[in-house]
Write a protein that binds this ligand. Structure first.
Ligand code: MRU
Length: 352
């Protein structure tokens, strides 16, 4: 079938609106939604209709283009248009706090707004063209990540992944699951173990769906099971995505990733992060500076609208955790696989 690899685009600019898969409905319903205003895009990112760092980034860029179209109708001077649009862009960048790809992509749009020599109509067109450029770049970067990553996947490997860093977390193909796709194309004896990923179950709802739709053998496990299978020697490597990587290689990813990394270190299982350079935030020295999103109580107290605990219990719900760089075997990027010392390898990757 290979639907995700070849046919499905998670988010796509369509002339004057953005079309995306509504990921809150997966896996029961596979439905596209059209996002036609800047505010609607802000809400789509916040409510996780679209999620996954690179997909959020591209969507943020779409959001700025949507705001530009709205302001285009307001009869503003070019200076007024620019200053209002820059404010809207900054607002769009606050729709989620941890994935740096959002700020990165919005910044790309802001550079066009600030530096364009065109009139208002010209700026709007440049912003729309940049949406399509970012989409195409995302897919080609993921294919490069896949190619580099496939070189470190052993023959017949069982790969554990956490959350969803797949086609549905990007425009297409995926980062961690891009490595899986590239490795599977060369060696169809590999398989994937997918962590469920509570509270929002991206592993269960999204990763298992996209991998099985592409015919890749996949086993779903719950989050507490990874050490059990590592001890049994059933996991050959871990590959996860990332939401923000600091200059020293510390990596923020979905809550629970850190636990998997500790278990992998203990059992001598290689632990890889797969991410584009746009996920690396060289402005921060370490993971201590990464803002961790706090999400709602209901994500933990309820599953599919049903309460699963005492309604009076206390809840804390951080969306991400930070895996320290010394637990990471390598960071697979479009410029190759970066290894420790990460300060050095990361800064060199940006010069390539
Ligand atoms: O809260 P989410 O679903 O947006 O979190 C997604 C993740 O943590 C992914 O692993 C990460 O964004 C990398 S996606 C290529």
């Amino acid at each position: 079938m290979k639907e995700f690899e070849s046919k499905i685009k998670t988010v796509e600019w369509k002339d004057n609106y953005s079309k995306m898969v509504d990921q809150t409905l997966l896996p029961e319903e596979f439905k596209y939604v059209n996002i036609t205003s800047g505010q609607q895009m802000y809400d789509a990112i916040k409510s996780m209709i679209v999620r996954g760092a690179p997909a959020i980034g591209v969507s943020g860029a779409h959001g700025v283009a949507l705001y530009a179209q709205e302001l285009q109708k307001e009869n503003l001077s070019k200076d007024e248009f620019i200053s209002k649009l820059l404010e809207k862009a900054d607002y769009m960048a606050t729709s989620r706090p941890t994935a740096v790809n959002l700020m990165w992509a919005v910044e790309k749009q802001k550079n066009i707004i600030k530096n364009s020599k065109s009139d208002i109509n010209g700026i709007v067109n440049e912003l729309k063209e940049n949406c399509i450029k970012l989409e195409n770049e995302d897919i080609s970067i993921n294919k490069k990540i896949g190619e580099y990553g496939s070189e470190v996947v052993p023959k017949g490997a069982t790969i554990l992944t956490h959350c969803n860093a797949g086609a549905l977390a990007t425009v297409g193909y995926g980062t961690a699951l891009g490595v899986v796709r590239s490795a599977y194309a060369k060696d169809p004896t590999i398989q994937v173990f997918a962590d469920e990923t509570r509270p929002r179950q991206q592993g269960a709802r999204i990763t298992t769906l996209e991998l099985t739709m592409d015919g890749i053998p996949t086993t779903l496990i719950t989050d507490g099971m990874c050490s059990y299978f590592m001890k049994k020697g059933m996991i050959d490597m871990v590959i996860v995505g990332a939401d923000r990587i600091a200059a020293n290689g510390d990596t923020a990813n979905k809550i629970g990733t850190y636990t998997v990394a500790i278990a992998a270190k203990y059992h001598n299982v290689p632990f890889y992060v797969a991410a584009p350079l746009s996920t690396i935030d060289t402005s921060i020295k370490s993971g201590d500076e990464i803002v961790i999103e706090e999400r709602s109580r209901e994500e933990v107290t309820h599953i599919n609208g049903k309460i699963i605990c005492s309604p009076d219990v206390n809840i804390i719900n951080p969306g991400f955790d930070v895996t320290p760089h010394n637990l990471i075997s390598g960071i697979i990027t479009e410029k190759g696989i970066l290894r420790a010392d990460y300060n050095k390898s990361i800064s060199e990757a940006f010069k390539k």
